[in-house]
Design a protein around this ligand. Structure first.
Ligand code: NDP
Length: 386
């Protein structure tokens, strides 16, 4: 039986992973399931999957979780430290599906305790890629991306020919506002959350609307596949059927296509390196009427201009941490209706320009830079509102 832990079990990725595991229950032994606040859903999943531990980060919900799980043998824990401690439980497969930098500590801790780390939490990698990948290499842990684009690239990049890649393409759906005649300064939270193809958590839905999701994904791809940012192109593909393309130097382009359903990459990762029968149909080429691709533009997606602050050849992690921190702060403020949609990128740009260039050497350095950038972003937001 494969021992599995899921950090962020109650989210969109986590719930899909739980469903797949539940449908193949005899193959898995679930060790840890985690949530932030949603103790009822966590308790429900822990009971269904008979997990050994259930951990809730926000300690205010510990009592509720404990009550829900009374009469079971599931061990309940709470708080950020316990969350990180439980990433030290040995597993065969760990899913990092907490949203934002909150997922970094458990994901990082789990690297030497698991064989495969399935990574949805791109923010963790963007903020600590150098340190993260070094640890994975040291402990021979396979980092397997769950993001559909990176999962596609993982599947198609040939290990022996990775130095013969001309460039790679990440496709982007364009989110809810692409190709719409709309005043972006007036869009509501509800409008921005309405993703045309994917049902996801709130933060990544807003990131998709601003295209910050692709900014983070381009950096994620650069770290995972060891490619300069200049070799990674973003192209709009509204149907989200082709997820990634690798152009090799010999004129061959290899692309991967599937239905836009996150269960496909999650199931692939759970079974890797094998493939297995799954209940989602392949795409039918005869039925696809329109497989179009378009250039991105700065007018709808000013976030793409932020690359001018990032060097193509060497990633500056201090900048990346600031970029991620200010995005987290700005998205949260937009969701709370404190700033307008177009303010998100303005806040990020202001924070990036003033960020330091010190290279983080460990995870506590990462959090120090993160906290500083958050403070800066909040003060820009306050200035905007005054
Ligand atoms: P959700 O918002 O749906 O879920 C987030 C999960 O993280 C929940 O379990 C939530 O718990 C938990 N969580 C939130 N904040 C904290 C915190 N401070 N401490 C501990 N746990 C916390 O997000 P998604 O599933 O959509 O996304 C998760 C990650 O996967 C993101 O990094 C996203 O970019 C990435 N991703 C998502 C895709 C998708 O299709 N959804 C596709 C590709 C990547 P609770 O439920 O209690 O709030």
């Amino acid at each position: 039986m494969k021992k599995v832990s899921i950090f962020g079990a109650t989210g969109s990725i986590g719930t899909n992973a739980c469903r797949i595991i539940l449908n193949n229950f005899s193959k898995y032994k679930v060790e840890v399931l985690s949530a932030n606040k949603n103790y009822k859903k966590l308790a429900n999943l822990a009971k269904k999957l008979n997990s050994k531990y259930a951990v809730i980060s926000d300690s205010r919900y510990y009592k509720g979780l404990k009550n829900e799980l009374s009469g079971t043998n599931i061990k309940c824990l709470s708080g950020e430290d316990e969350l990180t401690n439980l990433a030290g439980v040995k597993t065969d497969f760990t899913i990092a599906a907490i949203v934002g930098i909150a997922g970094l500590k458990p994901a990082f801790k789990s690297i030497d305790k698991t064989k495969v780390l399935a990574l949805a939490n791109k923010e963790a990698l963007v903020c600590s890629g150098n340190i993260f990948m070094k640890k994975a290499k040291k402990y021979n842990t396979q980092i397997l991306p769950l993001d559909s684009e990176h999962n596609a690239l993982f599947q198609i990049i040939e290990k022996n020919n990775s130095n013969l890649i001309e460039n790679i393409i990440l496709t982007a759906s364009g989110g809810p506002f692409w190709n719409k005649k709309i005043n972006l300064n007036k869009v509501s939270v509800k409008d921005a959350l309405k993703h045309p193809n994917w049902k996801m958590g709130k933060k990544i839905s807003i990131d998709s609307a601003t295209m910050m999701n692709k900014v983070l994904e381009k950096i994620e791809a650069s770290i995972l596949f060891n490619l300069n940012l200049s070799k990674i192109e973003i192209i709009i593909h509204p149907k989200s059927i082709v997820h990634g393309v690798v152009n090799y130097v010999d004129g061959n382009s290899v692309m991967l296509a599937s239905q836009p359903d996150m269960k496909i990459p999650i199931n692939y990762a759970l079974n890797w390196p094998k493939r297995t029968q799954f209940n989602i149909k392949n795409i039918c080429l005869k039925k696809i009427k329109d497989l179009s691709f378009f250039n991105t533009n700065f007018k709808t997606f000013p976030a793409l201009k932020l690359f001018k602050y990032l060097s193509n050849s060497k990633l500056n992690y201090s900048r990346l941490i600031s970029l991620n921190a200010s995005n987290e702060v700005a998205v949260e403020s937009f969701l709370r209706k404190k700033i307008k949609f177009l303010d998100i990128v303005k806040i990020i740009e202001k924070t990036l320009v003033s960020s330091s260039d010190s290279e983080p050497k460990n995870i506590s350095d990462v959090f120090e830079i993160h906290n500083e950038a958050c403070k800066m972003s909040y003060s820009y937001i306050n200035n905007l509102r005054n």
